[in-house]
Design a protein around this ligand. Structure first.
Ligand code: FAD
Length: 367
């Protein structure tokens, strides 16, 4: 009999949920992570008594009551509602695009006036068969919303001109003809009271963990001590990049402690013009209605990804999708390794989706 039933590689949400559920069923688990902390991308670093979302702003949202109840069973969530703003050339606009935005753009006061304005601009563009992201966006929302609130932001995000990006990236651009700044349509949303680390601690309570421990530094040894490996790292790295390297977009974060209580009055302000190199400023204390005397703000700069950098957004174009499929075929033949989470599945997952996916996997294994 081996020392562990499972060695779980990665202490992010997928690994932590899997470990919790396996442990609950009497299985012996060891969770390792190459980072110096647990939690993966939901980790919060405390600065000036404020929980700073180290790997980008995280807002939990879901329509699934079971998932909401599940995460709330480890830590109570607050009633934070995401209502981001956009700053374009010094003017502020509400997001998502709603009657407040339309009033700020055109001074229109009724849904009909707003709809007429958009229809007029869409018709004037003459675009019937969009060939790129720019044409696609204009054909959905017209020129004003596109130029002020979409173009610069999207080009910074992807590092490419909107005319060089494929139309499929934007499938829909929801327009809301009510005065409602709540970004998500989901029934439940919030932030764990006390920060996301509480959620991770709750999930991993009583389970053996080792941080600063890279699976690949000691691969054979980990395989030797466990019946099964749950792998939530990079799938291409697992197979020694035999089909090539899967590509990502990355982000660079610049934190600043400011000696003032309130910098921007909102957690999230997007900067939608091309000339400002960051895409947004996050003021973390507002996620938890903080009243500390200082504040911490983070500027978020999208950037090219290279080995050694944090991989944030998979680039699901044809080349990478084909490459991933080849890795997935190898993975499906493994008997003793379970692959899951955003890096092993080369997929953008929201938190509620990764929790759900780990629970589905648990069910398929333990019944
Ligand atoms: P991760 O959290 O990345 O965990 C994987 C872990 O594996 C990492 O800790 C890594 O260090 C470890 N690992 C990898 N390789 C090895 C190795 N060789 N050895 C040991 N350990 C290894 N979701 C939302 O619902 N709302 C949001 O507002 C939101 N905002 C986001 C903002 C940004 C910028 C990003 C990038 C994502 C956001 N998400 C959001 C998505 C959310 O971060 C993910 O759903 C979630 O973190 C995925 O968990 P995971 O366990 O799959 O991956």
């Amino acid at each position: 009999m081996k020392q562990y039933d499972f060695v779980i590689v990665g202490a992010g949400l997928f690994g932590a949920v899997f470990a919790h559920e396996a442990n609950k069923r009497g299985k012996k688990c060891l969770v390792i992570d190459k980072r110096t902390h647990l939690g993966g991308n939901i980790y919060c670093e405390e600065i000036e008594g404020i929980n700073v979302h180290k790997y980008g702003a995280h807002i939990f949202h879901t329509n699934d009551k079971a998932i909401w109840d599940y995460v709330n069973s480890f830590v109570e969530f607050n009633r934070y509602t995401n209502s981001p703003l956009a700053n374009f050339e010094g003017e502020l606009y509400n997001l998502p695009f709603n009657m407040n935005t339309f009033y700020q753009l055109w001074k229109v006061k009724t849904p009909q006036e707003a709809q007429d304005k958009i229809n007029e601009q869409v018709a004037a563009s003459g675009i019937t068969d969009p060939q790129n992201l720019e044409e696609q966006a204009i054909s959905l929302v017209g020129t004003d919303i596109y130029h002020k609130l979409i173009k610069g932001y999207t080009e910074k995000q992807w590092g490419r001109k909107a005319t060089e990006l494929p139309a499929f990236i934007i499938k829909r651009l929801p327009l809301r003809f009510t005065f409602d700044n709540n970004y998500f349509n989901d029934k439940y949303q919030g932030i764990p009271i006390g920060g996301y680390n509480k959620l991770t601690e709750g999930l991993l309570k009583g389970i053996e963990v080792k941080t600063s421990t890279d699976f690949f530094a000691n691969r054979e040894a980990f395989q030797a001590i466990a019946d099964k490996i749950v792998f939530t790292g990079h799938i291409d790295e697992y197979y020694d990049y035999c089909f090539g390297k899967l590509e990502y977009r990355s982000l660079r974060f610049e934190n600043e402690v400011l000696d003032q209580e309130n910098y921007q009055g909102n957690a999230v302000v997007n900067y939608t013009e091309a000339d400002i190199p960051f895409t947004r400023i996050i003021e973390h204390k507002h996620f938890e209605f903080g009243k500390q005397s200082k504040t911490v703000v983070t500027k978020e700069y999208p950037c090219e990804w290279d080995s050694g950098m944090e991989a944030y957004y998979p680039i699901n174009d044809d080349k990478n999708t084909e490459m991933f499929k080849r890795y997935r075929t190898l993975a499906s033949e493994e008997k003793e390794v379970i692959f899951g989470g955003r890096l092993a599945e080369y997929k953008y997952y929201d938190m509620h989706q990764v929790v759900a996916s780990a629970l589905v996997r648990v069910k398929s294994i333990f019944g």
